[in-house]
Ligand binder design. Structure first.
Ligand code: PGA
Length: 250
């Protein structure tokens, strides 16, 4: 049985006090959701400490949205994986399309970030996905395969066993357009096949999350698909009720 995960990517939203309130709201409602669903919240760096303190003793885990390529040193503005881990973070989102698109994230930088994450016992949530032009040209399979081959294929078996993947079609992120459940299943199954070609049976254990305009009203259908193991949620993670509602969709 693969882990079921609902992860909230808060992006650059909420002030610290609002983040704490949101985390409290999620914790308060978690009991209404099936125990087998693992909730993760990924606030901005500035709220990690307070959100982790707020969620202590609850089943909700915390992740960061990125980490630095380097271990430490003169890298103004960067946040090291070791710093995040020391706060009590368990996860780190890597390769989100917004970072690839706006901040020049490449497979080269992502290989370094993956290494930093594993050195610090952080579980990477590695994001892949095509943009609209690539989807329309029928290149979505090829794009996801390349994003996986260039980064995930460099992991050891032991590292791969801890990885979480998120498939997020760029055309569905924050646009209100979701992939259909069948489109999601088609590409999730394909991603798992790519993983199987390298890691064999271990690919069956890797959670693959769907992301892109996921909300309580559409999550049930998407999550019902065999290779969809949960969601990486942006907009709908900013309201505790909606975020929990997505968890209830399982
Ligand atoms: P969205 O974002 O749910 O707002 O579309 C998903 C994501 O980017 O992780």
């Amino acid at each position: 049985m693969r882990k079921k995960i609902v992860a909230g990517n808060w992006k650059m939203n909420t002030l610290p006090a609002e983040g704490v309130e949101l985390a409290k709201g999620v914790a308060a409602g978690k009991g209404e959701v099936c125990d087998s669903v693992n909730f993760i919240v990924c606030p901005p760096f500035t709220h990690l400490h307070s959100v982790i303190e707020t969620l202590k003793g609850t089943a909700i885990e915390v992740g960061a949205q990125d980490c630095a390529t380097e271990v430490k040193g003169a890298y103004t503005g960067e946040v090291a994986a070791s710093m995040i881990a020391a706060l009590g973070c368990k996860y780190v989102i890597l390769g989100h399309s917004e970072r690839r698109q706006y901040y020049g994230e490449t497979s080269e930088s992502l290989n370094k970030k993956m290494a930093r994450a594993y050195e610090n016992n952080l579980v990477p949530i590695y994001c892949v996905g095509e943009n609209l032009e690539e989807r329309e040209a029928g290149r979505h399979f090829e794009v996801c395969k390349q994003q996986i081959e260039e980064v995930v294929f460099n992991l050891s078996e032991e590292q791969f066993a801890k990885l979480v993947i998120a498939y997020e079609p760029v055309w569905a992120i924050g646009t209100g357009k979701t992939a259909t459940a069948d489109q999601a299943q088609e590409i999730h199954a394909y991603i798992r096949e790519v993983l199987r070609s390298k890691f064999g049976a271990a690919a069956e254990e890797c959670p693959i999350l769907y992301g892109g305009s996921c909300k309580p009203s559409n999550a049930g259908e998407i999550f019902s698909k065999a290779d969809v193991d949960g969601g990486l949620i942006g907009g709908a993670a900013l309201k505790a009720e909606d975020f929990l509602g997505i968890g209830k969709a399982f």
